[in-house]
Write a new protein. Structure first.
Length: 381
């Protein structure tokens, strides 16, 4: 196997050269001191990649194709580093994904230091673990739990729980020291997350997320029922109906211009996002929907349902445009429907190829009790 010998040219820079050797035991600091496995890369370092024959037309794909197996660097991470100006050719930053370079071009990628959660403390928080092996675990996250620490939410997060559970044995990829976190779901969305226990598992899962091969199915309860017969939907840009009554929403999503906590559908900016959904149960004034993602953008399902005029029940950000008809409910039921305290969204299942064993795995979760109560009330009408 072709491995990498990484030499530090000074305490801040590491150069990667292709040689047949042992990767992890051949880190050298200036002055010939060893950089041993398990040490912390607290400074930026450089990875040098040479394009092979017939490189892909997109720079991120071209570079990702020549990243050695021993280096943990996903295509999605390369895309971000390109946008940040961290990828250079002959000393010049290359920030365009469509940049075409010939075979043999040597790119240098400045990798940021791994950022630890310095202020995040391990907390003995119970975790609902659906599956675990030596490489990954599947966690069923409850609604109300934040995934990452942030100002105002430094404690009680999934990261705090994982720091305790893993006892500091955490994966990190491409300068991002996230305790095993490969993807995220919103604080008030319940459901399944896959968590990596090693860098190799993290890289393999991140690649599947990047190429959209991971299956993620959600249950959502919408206000109103999206229907093909709705003329407004027929004329809405990015919306069309496929065979079997599947609604497909394909738009760009970016930060809202004035409210940076919100995302919005935009044109000629942002990142492309595709959501598909189908009606599982029609309640006349609302619907139980199954949704699946081709991409995974921030707030994607919530933004897309708001875009088609059918925001989710309980969504305090995107679900306010359409009101539920109070007259059709008993007073005590209307209190529950109107007072539903989170977006009615649950990450029900996830399927992927195990990054180490290469076996296909699929996991399913039970619908949480608050959603069951909501659905039972809606069924009455």
């Amino acid at each position: 196997m072709t491995n990498i010998n990484i030499k530090v040219m000074n305490p801040m820079i590491i150069i990667a050269n292709k040689v047949v050797t042992n990767l992890r035991n051949n880190f050298k600091l200036a002055g010939s001191a060893e950089y041993s496995k398990g040490s912390s890369m607290s400074a930026p370092y450089v990875v040098e990649l040479t394009l092979g024959e017939n490189p892909a037309p997109r720079l991120d794909k071209a570079l990702a194709s020549v990243v050695p197996a021993e280096v943990t660097l996903s295509r999605s991470r390369i895309t971000k580093l390109i946008a940040e100006g961290a990828v250079t050719l002959a000393g010049e930053p290359i920030t365009k994904l469509k940049y075409k370079a010939p075979a043999g071009s040597i790119f240098r990628i400045v990798m940021p230091p791994v950022q630890d959660y310095e202020n995040a403390q391990p907390e003995n928080i119970p975790l609902d673990i659906v599956f675990e092996d030596d490489h990954l675990i599947i966690v069923n996250k409850p609604a109300g739990m934040v995934v990452h620490p942030a100002p105002g939410s430094e404690n009680g997060t999934l990261v705090n729980a994982l720091l305790y559970y893993f006892d500091g044995n955490l994966s990190g990829v491409g300068g991002e020291k996230r305790p095993g976190i490969v993807h995220r779901i919103d604080k008030d969305t319940s459901g399944l997350l896959v968590v990596a226990k090693s860098d190799s598992a993290h890289a393999g899962l991140a690649k599947q997320f990047a190429d959209h091969s991971i299956s993620r199915r959600y249950l959502a309860v919408s206000k109103g029922v999206p229907q093909k017969s709705d003329p407004r939907l027929a004329g809405l840009r990015g919306v069309n109906f496929e065979d079997g009554g599947v609604i497909r929403v394909a738009t760009n999503i970016a930060r809202h211009k004035t409210d940076r906590k919100r995302m919005a559908v935009v044109q000629d900016a942002g990142r492309h996002a595709i959501t598909r959904a189908t009606v599982l149960e029609n309640f006349a004034h609302s619907a139980l929907m199954e949704c699946w993602l081709e991409t995974g953008r921030t707030h994607q399902i919530r933004v897309h349902f708001s875009h088609i005029g059918h925001g989710l029940i309980g969504d305090p950000i995107y679900g306010l445009r359409k009101a539920m008809p109070g007259s059709v409910f008993e007073p005590e039921d209307m209190v529950i429907v109107k007072g539903f305290s989170r977006q009615a969204l649950h990450a029900k299942s996830i399927g992927f190829i195990h990054p180490i064993t290469k076996e296909y795995m699929n996991f399913d979760s039970d619908i949480p009790s608050d959603l069951i109560e909501l659905i039972e009330i809606l069924r009455k009408k």
